[in-house]
Design a protein around this ligand. Sequence first.
Ligand code: C5P
Length: 232
Amino acid sequence: MHEPCIIVALDFSSAESALRLADQLDPRLCRLKVGKELFTATGPQLVEKLMVRGFDIFLDLKFHDIPNTVANACKAAASLGVWMVNVHALGGRSMLNAARGAIDPGSSTKLIAVTLLTSMNHEDITDIGLLGESEQIVARLTQLTYDCNLDGVVCSALETALLRQQFGNEFYLVTPGIRLHHDSIDDQKRVSTPMKAIADGANFLVIGRPISQASNPLEKCMEIYNGMGIFL
Ligand code: C5P
C-alpha cells in the first residue's frame, strides 16, 4: 500500500465532529491534522482516540516561545506519540535547536517548521519589521530550519518547487491550499491541484474542506489520489 500523503485537517470545535469525520476515513489512506482549535477544546484525549483508530496525527500547534518552553512542549507532543509536530521558524535558531534537541532526529515524531504564515501580506510583513519580499523571507527561514536539522517545513503550493530544488529530496515539504479543478477554493487564494503539488515535490498535502465537507469523504480521498495518478 502507498504511504498516505493526504493529511486531512480536522478543523472542528468538538470531539464529536472530529470523530464523526475520522470514522468515515481510513488510516491507510490519510493522516489527520489536529490544530489549535480542536486541541484546545478537546485535549490529548482526542488525539489518543484518533491514534487508537490507527491514524497518524500531525499536531499543528505551531509552538513559538522561549527555547526551554518550546523544547518541553515538543517533548510532551512526542510523548503523546504523534507522527508530526511543528514550531514557528520565526522563533529563531536557539529555539529551533532546542526543539530539535527535545525530539531526536531518529524519533518517529517528525519535527517541522512554519516559515511565514501565508495569511501575511507584504504590509503585514513590513509592519513587524521584516524587510524584503515574502519569497526571500520564506527561503531564508527554510534555510534556518534546514540548518537546525529539522525534518521539513510547511510551505505554500507556490513555493514547493523552488524549495524542493534548494533543499533536496530528504526534506519534508507539507503543502496546504490543495483543490481539485472543480472544488470551491473557499478562502484560499493560491491553490494547487494534488497532481501539481506532488509533481512540484510536496511530500504531504494538507486538505480540509474539500474532504470534510464532501458527502462521501473517503470517496473524495480516492478521487484526490486518482487526480495524482494513484489508483487504489
Ligand atoms: O479547508 P482547507 O483545505 O483550506 O484547509 C487547509 C488547512 O491547512 C487548514 O487547517 C489551514 O489552517 C491549514 N493551513 C493553510 N495554509 C497554511 C498553513 C496551514 O491553509 N499556510
